[in-house]
Design a protein around this ligand. Structure first.
Ligand code: FES
Ligand SMILES: [Fe+2]
Length: 346
Protein backbone atom coordinates (compact mmCIF):
# COMPACT_ATOMS: atom_id res chain seq x y z
CA UNK A 1 0.00 0.00 0.00
CA UNK A 2 1.29 3.40 -0.93
CA UNK A 3 2.23 5.51 2.02
CA UNK A 4 0.80 9.04 1.90
CA UNK A 5 2.78 11.87 3.40
CA UNK A 6 1.52 15.31 4.09
CA UNK A 7 3.89 17.98 2.84
CA UNK A 8 1.82 20.89 4.14
CA UNK A 9 -0.19 23.52 2.27
CA UNK A 10 0.43 24.59 -1.30
CA UNK A 11 2.81 27.53 -1.35
CA UNK A 12 2.91 30.61 -3.59
CA UNK A 13 5.57 31.13 -6.24
CA UNK A 14 8.81 32.49 -4.76
CA UNK A 15 8.92 36.28 -4.51
CA UNK A 16 11.83 36.62 -6.93
CA UNK A 17 9.61 35.22 -9.71
CA UNK A 18 7.67 38.51 -9.51
CA UNK A 19 10.46 40.82 -10.51
CA UNK A 20 13.52 41.19 -12.62
CA UNK A 21 14.22 41.15 -16.32
CA UNK A 22 15.46 37.57 -16.36
CA UNK A 23 12.22 35.94 -15.17
CA UNK A 24 10.17 38.24 -17.37
CA UNK A 25 12.17 37.22 -20.42
CA UNK A 26 11.63 33.54 -19.59
CA UNK A 27 7.88 34.12 -19.24
CA UNK A 28 7.70 36.01 -22.52
CA UNK A 29 9.14 33.04 -24.36
CA UNK A 30 7.57 30.21 -22.33
CA UNK A 31 4.08 31.68 -21.95
CA UNK A 32 3.26 34.71 -24.09
CA UNK A 33 4.98 33.43 -27.24
CA UNK A 34 3.08 30.13 -26.99
CA UNK A 35 -0.42 30.71 -25.67
CA UNK A 36 -3.47 31.95 -27.56
CA UNK A 37 -3.97 35.64 -26.82
CA UNK A 38 -7.25 37.56 -27.04
CA UNK A 39 -6.88 40.66 -29.21
CA UNK A 40 -10.45 41.80 -29.86
CA UNK A 41 -13.79 41.11 -31.51
CA UNK A 42 -14.85 40.32 -35.06
CA UNK A 43 -17.12 43.38 -34.88
CA UNK A 44 -14.00 45.51 -35.48
CA UNK A 45 -12.87 43.41 -38.46
CA UNK A 46 -15.82 43.40 -40.82
CA UNK A 47 -14.39 45.12 -43.93
CA UNK A 48 -11.27 44.35 -45.96
CA UNK A 49 -8.53 46.57 -44.52
CA UNK A 50 -10.03 46.74 -41.03
CA UNK A 51 -7.50 45.84 -38.34
CA UNK A 52 -6.83 45.51 -34.62
CA UNK A 53 -3.28 46.24 -33.43
CA UNK A 54 -2.02 45.51 -29.92
CA UNK A 55 1.08 44.42 -28.03
CA UNK A 56 1.63 41.11 -26.27
CA UNK A 57 4.46 41.16 -23.73
CA UNK A 58 6.54 43.39 -25.98
CA UNK A 59 5.56 41.81 -29.29
CA UNK A 60 3.58 44.28 -31.36
CA UNK A 61 1.07 42.46 -33.55
CA UNK A 62 -2.04 43.06 -35.62
CA UNK A 63 -4.90 41.19 -37.24
CA UNK A 64 -6.27 42.49 -40.54
CA UNK A 65 -8.99 41.42 -42.94
CA UNK A 66 -7.33 41.07 -46.33
CA UNK A 67 -8.80 42.00 -49.72
CA UNK A 68 -10.23 38.48 -50.16
CA UNK A 69 -12.00 38.62 -46.82
CA UNK A 70 -9.61 36.37 -44.87
CA UNK A 71 -8.27 37.25 -41.46
CA UNK A 72 -4.49 37.45 -41.29
CA UNK A 73 -2.14 38.19 -38.44
CA UNK A 74 1.32 39.74 -38.56
CA UNK A 75 3.97 41.21 -36.36
CA UNK A 76 3.56 44.99 -36.49
CA UNK A 77 7.12 45.41 -37.58
CA UNK A 78 8.67 46.47 -40.87
CA UNK A 79 11.32 44.25 -42.41
CA UNK A 80 13.51 47.26 -43.24
CA UNK A 81 14.62 48.59 -39.85
CA UNK A 82 11.84 47.39 -37.56
CA UNK A 83 9.58 50.43 -37.82
CA UNK A 84 5.87 50.20 -36.95
CA UNK A 85 3.13 49.89 -39.54
CA UNK A 86 0.08 50.62 -37.39
CA UNK A 87 -0.70 52.42 -34.16
CA UNK A 88 -2.30 50.25 -31.47
CA UNK A 89 -6.09 50.09 -31.57
CA UNK A 90 -8.74 49.30 -34.15
CA UNK A 91 -8.89 51.04 -37.51
CA UNK A 92 -8.96 50.72 -41.27
CA UNK A 93 -6.30 50.98 -43.99
CA UNK A 94 -6.03 50.08 -47.68
CA UNK A 95 -2.30 49.48 -47.62
CA UNK A 96 0.19 49.09 -44.81
CA UNK A 97 2.71 51.90 -44.92
CA UNK A 98 5.63 51.85 -42.51
CA UNK A 99 5.75 54.97 -40.38
CA UNK A 100 9.56 55.17 -40.51
CA UNK A 101 10.66 55.31 -44.19
CA UNK A 102 7.41 54.55 -45.96
CA UNK A 103 7.81 50.99 -47.22
CA UNK A 104 4.46 49.65 -48.36
CA UNK A 105 2.98 46.18 -47.77
CA UNK A 106 -0.32 44.79 -48.97
CA UNK A 107 -2.93 43.25 -46.67
CA UNK A 108 -1.50 39.80 -47.45
CA UNK A 109 1.81 40.92 -45.93
CA UNK A 110 3.79 41.15 -49.18
CA UNK A 111 6.31 43.97 -49.54
CA UNK A 112 5.11 46.01 -52.52
CA UNK A 113 7.07 49.26 -52.65
CA UNK A 114 10.29 50.65 -51.18
CA UNK A 115 10.16 54.35 -52.13
CA UNK A 116 13.55 55.95 -52.92
CA UNK A 117 15.43 52.91 -51.67
CA UNK A 118 17.49 52.77 -54.87
CA UNK A 119 19.23 49.75 -56.30
CA UNK A 120 20.75 47.24 -53.90
CA UNK A 121 22.47 44.20 -55.37
CA UNK A 122 20.64 40.98 -54.55
CA UNK A 123 17.71 42.70 -52.83
CA UNK A 124 14.41 40.99 -53.63
CA UNK A 125 11.17 42.32 -52.15
CA UNK A 126 9.82 38.76 -52.04
CA UNK A 127 12.31 37.97 -49.27
CA UNK A 128 10.98 40.72 -46.97
CA UNK A 129 7.29 40.10 -46.39
CA UNK A 130 5.79 40.71 -42.96
CA UNK A 131 6.30 38.03 -40.30
CA UNK A 132 2.99 36.11 -40.08
CA UNK A 133 1.29 34.89 -36.90
CA UNK A 134 -1.64 32.51 -36.38
CA UNK A 135 -5.17 33.88 -35.99
CA UNK A 136 -8.19 32.06 -34.59
CA UNK A 137 -11.76 33.07 -33.81
CA UNK A 138 -14.12 31.68 -31.21
CA UNK A 139 -17.68 32.92 -30.80
CA UNK A 140 -16.87 36.38 -32.15
CA UNK A 141 -13.64 36.82 -30.21
CA UNK A 142 -10.33 37.04 -32.10
CA UNK A 143 -7.15 35.43 -30.81
CA UNK A 144 -3.56 35.26 -32.05
CA UNK A 145 -0.76 32.84 -31.30
CA UNK A 146 2.90 33.72 -31.89
CA UNK A 147 4.02 30.08 -31.91
CA UNK A 148 4.86 28.67 -35.34
CA UNK A 149 2.93 25.48 -34.59
CA UNK A 150 0.27 26.27 -31.97
CA UNK A 151 -2.32 23.86 -30.55
CA UNK A 152 -5.92 24.34 -31.79
CA UNK A 153 -7.53 27.46 -30.31
CA UNK A 154 -10.35 25.59 -28.53
CA UNK A 155 -7.80 23.37 -26.82
CA UNK A 156 -5.96 26.48 -25.66
CA UNK A 157 -9.20 27.93 -24.30
CA UNK A 158 -9.76 24.90 -22.07
CA UNK A 159 -12.98 24.96 -20.05
CA UNK A 160 -13.74 28.55 -21.02
CA UNK A 161 -15.57 26.91 -23.93
CA UNK A 162 -17.81 24.67 -21.81
CA UNK A 163 -18.38 27.30 -19.13
CA UNK A 164 -19.72 29.84 -21.63
CA UNK A 165 -21.75 27.41 -23.76
CA UNK A 166 -25.06 28.62 -22.32
CA UNK A 167 -24.36 32.35 -22.80
CA UNK A 168 -25.61 33.98 -26.02
CA UNK A 169 -22.25 35.62 -26.74
CA UNK A 170 -22.99 35.91 -30.46
CA UNK A 171 -25.84 38.30 -29.66
CA UNK A 172 -23.55 40.75 -27.86
CA UNK A 173 -22.11 43.91 -29.39
CA UNK A 174 -18.96 45.61 -28.16
CA UNK A 175 -19.71 49.08 -26.81
CA UNK A 176 -16.61 50.18 -24.89
CA UNK A 177 -12.93 49.46 -24.44
CA UNK A 178 -11.25 50.61 -21.21
CA UNK A 179 -7.51 50.38 -20.59
CA UNK A 180 -5.81 50.49 -17.19
CA UNK A 181 -2.08 50.51 -16.45
CA UNK A 182 -0.94 49.18 -13.07
CA UNK A 183 2.51 49.26 -11.46
CA UNK A 184 2.85 45.58 -10.62
CA UNK A 185 3.91 42.31 -12.15
CA UNK A 186 1.24 40.61 -14.29
CA UNK A 187 1.21 37.66 -11.89
CA UNK A 188 0.62 39.90 -8.86
CA UNK A 189 -2.54 41.15 -10.54
CA UNK A 190 -3.52 37.67 -11.73
CA UNK A 191 -3.11 36.21 -8.23
CA UNK A 192 -5.62 38.80 -7.09
CA UNK A 193 -8.03 38.08 -9.95
CA UNK A 194 -8.26 34.32 -9.36
CA UNK A 195 -9.35 34.45 -5.73
CA UNK A 196 -12.34 35.95 -3.94
CA UNK A 197 -10.69 35.79 -0.52
CA UNK A 198 -9.96 39.55 -0.59
CA UNK A 199 -13.51 40.63 -1.50
CA UNK A 200 -14.66 41.54 2.05
CA UNK A 201 -11.49 43.62 2.69
CA UNK A 202 -11.04 45.32 -0.67
CA UNK A 203 -14.50 45.47 -2.27
CA UNK A 204 -17.02 46.49 0.39
CA UNK A 205 -19.83 47.49 -1.98
CA UNK A 206 -19.37 44.38 -4.12
CA UNK A 207 -19.27 42.23 -0.97
CA UNK A 208 -22.65 43.65 0.06
CA UNK A 209 -24.37 42.36 -3.10
CA UNK A 210 -22.96 38.82 -3.13
CA UNK A 211 -23.30 35.94 -0.69
CA UNK A 212 -19.60 35.75 0.13
CA UNK A 213 -19.98 32.65 2.32
CA UNK A 214 -21.01 30.78 -0.80
CA UNK A 215 -18.29 32.20 -3.10
CA UNK A 216 -16.54 29.32 -4.85
CA UNK A 217 -13.42 29.14 -7.01
CA UNK A 218 -12.84 25.99 -8.98
CA UNK A 219 -9.73 25.35 -11.07
CA UNK A 220 -9.63 22.96 -13.98
CA UNK A 221 -8.53 22.59 -17.60
CA UNK A 222 -6.76 25.94 -17.97
CA UNK A 223 -9.53 27.90 -16.25
CA UNK A 224 -10.57 29.20 -12.87
CA UNK A 225 -14.35 29.38 -12.49
CA UNK A 226 -15.57 31.70 -9.74
CA UNK A 227 -19.21 31.88 -8.74
CA UNK A 228 -21.26 33.59 -6.05
CA UNK A 229 -25.01 33.91 -5.46
CA UNK A 230 -26.13 37.48 -6.19
CA UNK A 231 -28.25 39.71 -3.98
CA UNK A 232 -30.42 42.60 -5.17
CA UNK A 233 -28.42 45.47 -6.58
CA UNK A 234 -25.66 43.42 -8.20
CA UNK A 235 -24.90 44.14 -11.84
CA UNK A 236 -22.90 40.92 -12.17
CA UNK A 237 -24.30 37.64 -13.42
CA UNK A 238 -22.51 35.73 -10.71
CA UNK A 239 -19.86 34.01 -12.89
CA UNK A 240 -16.28 35.18 -13.34
CA UNK A 241 -13.98 33.19 -15.59
CA UNK A 242 -10.24 33.30 -16.05
CA UNK A 243 -8.32 31.34 -18.66
CA UNK A 244 -4.58 30.68 -18.48
CA UNK A 245 -2.50 32.68 -18.91
CA UNK A 246 -4.29 36.03 -19.11
CA UNK A 247 -7.85 36.13 -20.43
CA UNK A 248 -10.87 36.94 -18.27
CA UNK A 249 -14.57 36.83 -19.08
CA UNK A 250 -17.24 38.03 -16.65
CA UNK A 251 -20.91 37.56 -17.29
CA UNK A 252 -23.64 40.16 -16.78
CA UNK A 253 -27.35 39.33 -16.99
CA UNK A 254 -27.47 40.84 -20.49
CA UNK A 255 -23.85 41.06 -21.58
CA UNK A 256 -20.28 40.41 -20.57
CA UNK A 257 -16.84 41.85 -20.29
CA UNK A 258 -13.55 40.37 -21.40
CA UNK A 259 -10.09 41.43 -20.41
CA UNK A 260 -6.49 40.72 -21.28
CA UNK A 261 -3.84 41.01 -18.56
CA UNK A 262 -0.83 42.14 -20.56
CA UNK A 263 2.65 42.65 -19.14
CA UNK A 264 4.36 45.80 -20.42
CA UNK A 265 7.52 44.85 -18.56
CA UNK A 266 8.18 42.95 -15.35
CA UNK A 267 6.61 45.57 -13.09
CA UNK A 268 4.02 47.21 -15.33
CA UNK A 269 0.81 45.58 -16.49
CA UNK A 270 -1.89 46.77 -18.86
CA UNK A 271 -5.48 45.60 -18.56
CA UNK A 272 -7.60 45.93 -21.69
CA UNK A 273 -11.28 45.53 -20.84
CA UNK A 274 -14.06 45.29 -23.39
CA UNK A 275 -17.73 45.54 -22.55
CA UNK A 276 -20.45 43.85 -24.59
CA UNK A 277 -24.23 43.98 -24.34
CA UNK A 278 -27.17 42.44 -26.14
CA UNK A 279 -29.38 45.51 -26.20
CA UNK A 280 -27.40 48.57 -27.31
CA UNK A 281 -30.36 50.87 -27.90
CA UNK A 282 -29.97 54.38 -26.42
CA UNK A 283 -32.51 53.55 -23.72
CA UNK A 284 -30.63 50.43 -22.63
CA UNK A 285 -27.25 52.15 -22.83
CA UNK A 286 -28.05 54.42 -19.89
CA UNK A 287 -28.15 51.42 -17.56
CA UNK A 288 -25.15 49.83 -19.31
CA UNK A 289 -23.06 52.97 -18.73
CA UNK A 290 -23.71 52.54 -15.02
CA UNK A 291 -22.74 48.88 -15.17
CA UNK A 292 -19.49 49.78 -16.95
CA UNK A 293 -18.67 52.53 -14.45
CA UNK A 294 -19.39 50.36 -11.42
CA UNK A 295 -17.48 47.42 -12.87
CA UNK A 296 -14.46 49.63 -13.60
CA UNK A 297 -14.74 50.91 -10.02
CA UNK A 298 -14.43 47.35 -8.67
CA UNK A 299 -11.47 46.69 -10.99
CA UNK A 300 -9.68 49.82 -9.78
CA UNK A 301 -10.17 48.92 -6.13
CA UNK A 302 -7.58 46.16 -6.62
CA UNK A 303 -4.79 48.38 -7.93
CA UNK A 304 -3.60 49.86 -4.64
CA UNK A 305 -3.30 46.50 -2.91
CA UNK A 306 -1.60 44.90 -5.93
CA UNK A 307 0.98 47.71 -6.15
CA UNK A 308 1.70 47.53 -2.42
CA UNK A 309 2.07 43.73 -2.55
CA UNK A 310 4.43 44.16 -5.51
CA UNK A 311 6.63 46.42 -3.41
CA UNK A 312 6.66 43.89 -0.58
CA UNK A 313 7.56 41.06 -2.96
CA UNK A 314 10.50 43.10 -4.22
CA UNK A 315 11.69 44.29 -0.81
CA UNK A 316 13.51 41.06 -0.03
CA UNK A 317 12.01 39.76 3.23
CA UNK A 318 8.98 37.69 2.16
CA UNK A 319 9.57 34.65 -0.04
CA UNK A 320 6.53 32.32 -0.08
CA UNK A 321 3.21 31.99 1.76
CA UNK A 322 0.60 29.22 2.23
CA UNK A 323 -2.52 29.06 0.06
CA UNK A 324 -6.01 28.28 1.37
CA UNK A 325 -7.45 25.18 -0.34
CA UNK A 326 -10.95 26.64 -0.05
CA UNK A 327 -10.24 30.26 -1.02
CA UNK A 328 -7.09 30.19 -3.13
CA UNK A 329 -7.21 27.09 -5.26
CA UNK A 330 -7.23 29.36 -8.31
CA UNK A 331 -3.92 30.89 -7.20
CA UNK A 332 -2.44 27.44 -6.61
CA UNK A 333 -3.58 26.36 -10.07
CA UNK A 334 -2.25 29.49 -11.78
CA UNK A 335 1.12 29.02 -10.11
CA UNK A 336 1.19 25.37 -11.13
CA UNK A 337 0.50 26.38 -14.75
CA UNK A 338 3.28 28.99 -14.69
CA UNK A 339 5.71 26.45 -13.24
CA UNK A 340 4.69 23.91 -15.91
CA UNK A 341 5.08 26.41 -18.76
CA UNK A 342 8.56 27.42 -17.63
CA UNK A 343 9.58 23.77 -17.13
CA UNK A 344 8.26 22.82 -20.59
CA UNK A 345 10.23 25.64 -22.20
CA UNK A 346 13.40 24.36 -20.53
S1 FES B 1 11.71 50.74 -40.99
FE1 FES B 1 10.03 50.55 -42.28
S2 FES B 1 10.55 51.68 -44.01
FE2 FES B 1 12.29 51.79 -42.75
FE1 LIG C 1 -10.57 42.17 -6.59
Amino acid sequence: MQHQRNFGPAMTLPAHWYHGAEMYEKERRAIFAREWQLVGHLGALREPGSYIATAIAGWRVFVIRDRDGNLRGFHNLCRHRAGPLLDDGAGHCDILRCKYHGWVYDTEGRLRRTPDFGEAAGFDKADFGLFPIHVGTWRGLVFVNLDQDPPPLEQGLGDLVAETAAFPMEDFTGVREVTFDIACNWKTYTDNFVEGYHIPSIHAAFNAVIDFKRFTAEARNRTVIMKAPQRDGSFYGGVWLWRYPNTTLSVFPDGMNTSSILPLDWRRTRLIYNFYFRDTSPAAMTAHEQTIARNCGVVEEDFGICETVQGNLEAGLYDQGPLSPRQEDGVRYFHEMVRDSLAAAG
